[in-house]
Design a protein around this ligand. Structure first.
Ligand code: ADE
Length: 336
């Protein structure tokens, strides 16, 4: 069981929509990104034109979808949301684009997973607000040009490098969402606690924030689990001890590492002497898919400085050894 690292579930969606900031002012952190986006929106409003297409990238759970909804709100536009895997064929995209109205926002999550054909339909739509629809097959095929409303595409991705250059180049601006600061995660937990009517003290908020991988979605998930624990084991009040005990019980450690993170680090230490180890070999040894290592584990472990990527492969750092309480034989050799 993974408390923090699973992909977004249905339950999360309901939970997220309860807690999702409804106003720009409620969106905590990512100040620079917010400032830049607000300038783009106000300038577009002044020109009475839809803003450029925007690409948001960053690890999952950092609030890309939330931000996209807030951007649409700020523009006073409805938002149509879909995802790369959800647009299975060009027909799906054509149906959405031809049903938009002027100024509307189309949000495409996981846009690195759009298939090639759909992507190719998207290029002229983004650039010139038109679609080149192919009618018929073979020598009788005809192309028909269809004008579509002036929309703004907001793309979100965890893996910007996987976007094809023509798609990437059609976004007018690209923004990276970073891990949050501890103080911002604390504010997010405090806000969620109020919305969920929880009784929780400042110290408990600190503990949960410390173990939240600097990620709002994780913070909200942990808060939910701690709440369950406090309701079953006590009177529902969440103090520091309750928070610590429940998170220890869930095996989320002081740095927010879960069983899967520790298994990954230990596989690299025990089977490859701490590295360097290639992604494929690490994936086999830890029995984790390469994509899970890249998307779920590694970004946070690198942020902590527990893993370093070198040209020869991944290296486990001394501080990771210390955190796991494992002696680093390489360090001893250095000292001798
Ligand atoms: N939920 C997800 N991201 C958030 C943020 N940046 N501020 C407040 N709540 C959030």
């Amino acid at each position: 069981m993974s408390i923090v690292l699973d992909k977004k579930s249905k339950e999360d969606e309901i939970f997220d929509s309860t807690l999702r900031p409804q106003k720009w002012e409620e969106y905590i952190g990512q100040e620079k990104v917010k400032e830049n986006i607000r300038i783009i929106i106000s300038a577009a409003k002044k020109r009475k034109q839809p803003p450029d297409h925007l690409l948001l990238y960053g690890n999952s759970g950092l609030g890309k979808t939330t931000l996209a909804h807030l951007i649409a709100k700020e523009m006073g536009s409805p938002v149509r949301a879909t995802s790369g895997p959800g647009l299975e064929n060009a027909g799906d995209l054509v149906a959405i684009l031809t049903n938009l109205s002027d100024g509307e926002v189309l949000f495409i999550d996981e846009c690195h997973r759009l298939n090639k054909t759909v992507e190719e339909y998207l290029y002229p739509a983004m650039e010139d607000y038109k679609l080149n629809i192919i009618l018929g097959r073979g020598p009788m095929a005809r192309t028909m040009e269809l004008k579509i409303p002036h929309f703004t595409l907001i793309g979100a991705t965890t893996r910007p490098a996987l976007l094809s250059p023509p798609l990437r180049n059609r976004f007018g601006a690209t923004f990276q969402l970073n891990f949050y600061e501890q103080k911002d995660i604390e504010k997010i937990i405090e806000r969620s606690s109020v919305l969920l009517n929880l009784k929780i003290d400042k110290e408990a908020i600190k503990v949960i924030a410390q173990r939240s991988r600097f990620t709002p979605r994780v913070a909200n998930r942990l808060l939910k689990r701690v709440r369950d624990f406090a309701e079953v084991e006590g009177d529902g009040f969440i103090d520091k001890e309750t928070a610590e005990r429940s998170l220890d019980f869930l095996e989320v450690d002081e740095k927010g590492l879960e069983i899967g993170d520790r298994r990954l680090l230990k596989a690299a230490i025990e089977k490859f002497n701490g590295g360097p180890v290639g992604l494929q070999a690490l994936s086999a040894a830890a029995m984790e898919e390469e994509d899970s290592i890249l998307d779920m584990y590694e970004p946070y472990l690198m942020q902590l400085g527990f893993i370093e990527r070198t040209p020869r492969g991944r290296m486990i750092t001394e501080i990771a050894y210390q955190h796991l309480g494992i002696k680093n034989p390489k360090k001893q050799n250095n000292l001798l």
